[in-house]
Write a protein that binds this ligand. Structure first.
Ligand code: KIV
Length: 283
């Protein structure tokens, strides 16, 4: 299936179901494992700025970093649709947006995602007209977290909800195949889902409010314990397992050190091993 066909198949799920499953992936093994589990879409999200690269938010992420991680995920040759995020500042106008979307596609993305509604419609249209599927992203926009002064819930008032719908309809008109809704209050997310002809993919929007769900991989796997969003629903708790495996390895390495450097290994076996090495040096 081409990326275009995969995106069209996801769009068709609006009416036929089942619910669309999307997970972020930033590297080859995770992409392979998620694909083997049957996930529909792998988002190489700019959340990698925080959970892979250690920045405080996504505003530090560059297009080169996105290209590096998109290429790693694409090397897994997933059956799932690979979506690459256009990072902050890479879509100021339609021409630049299309040029950078093409770079993501050259790196292996089959679709791209960008943040915002009305202001982005002409950029979305330019990318879609060039044959590249686009996923929208409305509600809380992480690339604007500094202007907004934090991660805030959206769609809390009738005015905010109407603005979200207006933005979403502009994105639909420009040709998006789906729209991520982030941190939109459940009633508004459900209302938008009912109004829109393309699937909504929710994160932090509550249960049963969208046509699909996206989760950040480290939230799902419990492998980034220093910040866990309140809406995260981990299915694993890898952080303690990783620490325990590293500690066990450290202990094993210490126990296996050369006997003369490790008083713990001055047992009979260690002594006879040391003697064997000494006699082979003498021979
Ligand atoms: O970058 C990302 O991971 C995202 C998701 C939060 C939807 O955009």
């Amino acid at each position: 299936m081409t990326g275009f066909e995969k995106a069209a198949a996801i769009a068709a799920r609006k009416h036929s179901g089942p619910t669309v499953s999307m997970l972020t992936a930033y590297d080859y093994p995770t992409a392979r494992l998620f694909d083997e589990a049957g996930i529909d879409a792998l988002l190489v999200g700019d959340s990698l700025g925080m959970v892979v690269l250690g920045y405080p938010d996504t505003t530090h992420v560059t297009l080169d970093q996105m290209l590096h991680h998109v290429a790693a995920v694409a090397r897994a040759k997933p059956r799932a649709l690979v979506i690459g995020d256009l990072s902050i500042g890479t879509y100021p106008d339609p021409v630049t947006a299309l040029a950078n979307a093409r770079k993501l596609v050259a790196a292996g993305a089959e679709a791209v995602k960008l943040e915002g509604g009305l202001r982005q419609a002409d950029k979305v249209r330019a990318i879609v007209n060039a044959g590249i599927p686009v996923c929208g992203h409305l509600g809380m926009l992480p690339q604007r977290v500094l202007e907004e002064g934090g991660y805030k819930k959206k769609g809390k008032t009738p005015e905010q909800s109407a603005a979200l719908l207006e933005g979403a309809l502009a994105l639909v008109d420009a040709g998006v195949f789906a729209i991520v809704l982030e941190s939109v209050i459940p009633a508004t997310a459900a209302w938008l889902t009912a109004q829109l002809p393309v699937p909504t993919i929710g994160i932090g929007c509550g249960d049963h409010t969208c046509d699909g769900e996206v989760a950040v991989a480290t939230d799902l796997l419990g492998s980034y314990p220093w910040f866990v969003p309140p809406f995260a629903k981990p299915e694993a708790n890898l952080a303690p397992q990783i620490r325990a495996a590293a500690a066990a390895y450290k202990a094993r390495v210490a126990a296996a050190a050369a006997p003369e450097r490790n008083p713990l290994s001055q047992d009979d076996a260690g002594k006879s091993q040391a003697a064997g090495i000494a006699s082979s040096h003498e021979a």
